[in-house]
Design a protein around this ligand. Structure first.
Ligand code: FAD
Ligand code: UDP
Length: 380
């Protein structure tokens, strides 16, 4: 009898499996319908021996020392600060938009103070900032919005920014200095040997069993378990009884090129041209030295594996109906990006999983675990 059945071997499922097994000494079965662990963070060495991210570029960044320290139990790190260029009007300029972006794009030599005035002159007055269009036009005006955000967002989401919640484009700031890092978090690192190795370490506990290529519906009635943690799409769990929640998908086109370097930064965004949104080159992130290089193009699609919840009011309202069912469950917990229908980064999922663990530990009696004091004594 397993104490827990955990559906999904991504960040949400794996972080919880490790905590339940290590701290509470409980028996955990993790199932995933994919043939591998690590969820969307899965990386692997391809035929050429290059470490690539199967589901597009995953860059770890967080402001939480607690989350960083937690994951540090399972990996060493490589410092990495992600940089992105956007190809706009035939030029490659820094994204997020900063002082150099504006000067290079318009052939100007503004100072930071002058750039503030430049933005202020162009910014549109918006009574209430609600949408992803409002956020950008109210800060930097329509021209930069159309060049950098509108086309990219339409491609990525199949929706105009005016149809998406403000939280989407708010992820990308605008700067008046020359900082060209994509993220400014205090911890910016890649797992030294990759994400999959980190997950292997997290899951290699005698109390944890992992079953791959298994949909939980195939085994839920066959394998006895006391409680369930579900990290897949919440609407699927409930048989789409209120209708389907939209999730945006991507098709990844991986290519290995016979050259040591393809582009000058980790990612180049294409807001105006091409059907793909961006091209990422992994060697920047992994630091791997190799005569060849691997890149991935991301083509957004409506159909396919669910990758992104689509943040807009009507979807949130539908999610709330499913959430009400979830909250009424006795022994089932919903965690992660798909089960919470939230546009979470990896660190946020780790934070949510650790918070869920604390809640479980406060409210669910431990199953057959050695008392905490005895375990601590044994460790000494
Ligand atoms: P997932 O990783 O999706 O894991 C859920 C697992 O559940 C899946 O493996 C799935 O197969 C399994 N599952 C679902 N239903 C069932 C079922 N019925 N039976 C069995 N198994 C099931 N975050 C960052 O912090 N930095 C980045 O740079 C970054 N880049 C990203 C780029 C892309 C293209 C995408 C799509 C996401 C990116 N993210 C990034 C977000 C990151 O991928 C997620 O925050 C994180 O992986 C979510 O973890 P999770 O465990 O919630 O979900
Ligand atoms: N975005 C954009 N142009 C860009 C980069 C981002 O319009 O060059 C918008 C787009 O809507 C995107 C969102 O900002 O989906 C969030 O960007 P982020 O890079 O965080 O997306 P992710 O890495 O999660 O796909």
């Amino acid at each position: 009898m397993f104490d827990w059945l955990i559906v999904g071997a991504g960040f949400a499922g794996s972080v919880l499996a490790e905590r339940l097994a290590t701290i509470r000494g409980e028996r955990v079965l993790v199932v995933d319908r994919r043939p591998h662990i690590a969820g969307n963070a899965y990386d692997r060495h391809n035929d050429a021996g290059l470490l690539i991210h199967q589901y597009g570029p995953h860059i770890f960044h967080t402001n939480s020392e607690m989350i960083f320290e937690h994951l540090s139990q399972f990996t060493e790190w490589r410092p990495y600060e992600h940089r992105v260029l956007a190809e706009v009007d035939g030029k490659r300029v820094p994204m997020p938009i900063n002082l150099d972006t504006v000067n290079q794009l318009y052939g100007l030599s503004l100072t930071s103070e002058e750039l503030e005035g430049f933005f202020a002159e162009r910014a549109e007055k918006v009574a209430e900032i609600r949408t992803s269009e409002d956020v950008v036009v109210s800060a930097i005006g329509r021209d930069l919005y159309e060049k950098f955000f509108q086309g990219y967002t339409r491609k990525q989401w199949g929706l105009d920014p005016s149809e998406l919640d403000k939280s989407v484009t708010s992820r990308v700031p605008t700067r008046t200095n020359r900082d060209d890092r994509y993220f400014t978090d205090s911890f910016q690192y890649m797992p030294l040997h990759g994400y999959t190795r980190m997950f292997e370490k997290m899951l290699s506990h005698p109390n944890i069993k992992v079953m791959l290529q298994t949909d939980y519906r195939e085994i839920r009635d066959l394998i006895p378990h006391k409680r369930l943690i579900f990290t897949g799409p919440i609407d699927e769990f409930y048989g789409h009884r209120f209708g389907k929640l939209p999730y945006r998908s991507l098709r990844f086109e991986h290519e290995t090129l016979d050259m040591p370097r393809y582009q000058s930064v980790g990612t180049v965004n294409y807001p105006q041209t091409h059907a793909f949104t961006r091209i990422s080159e992994y060697k920047h992130m992994t630091g791997q030295v190799h005569p060849k290089t691997s890149i991935t193009r991301e083509y957004p699609t409506a159909e396919g594996d669910p990758y992104y919840p689509v943040p807009r009011a009507e979807n949130q309202a539908l999610y709330k109906r499913y959430e009400a069912l979830a909250l009424a469950e006795q022994d089932t917990w919903f965690v992660g990006r798909l089960a919470s229908y939230r546009y979470y980064n990896m660190d946020q999922v780790v934070g949510q999983a650790l918070a869920t663990f604390r809640k479980i530990d406060e409210t669910v009696p431990r199953q057959g675990a050695a008392p905490v004091k005895a375990m601590a004594a044994a460790a000494i």
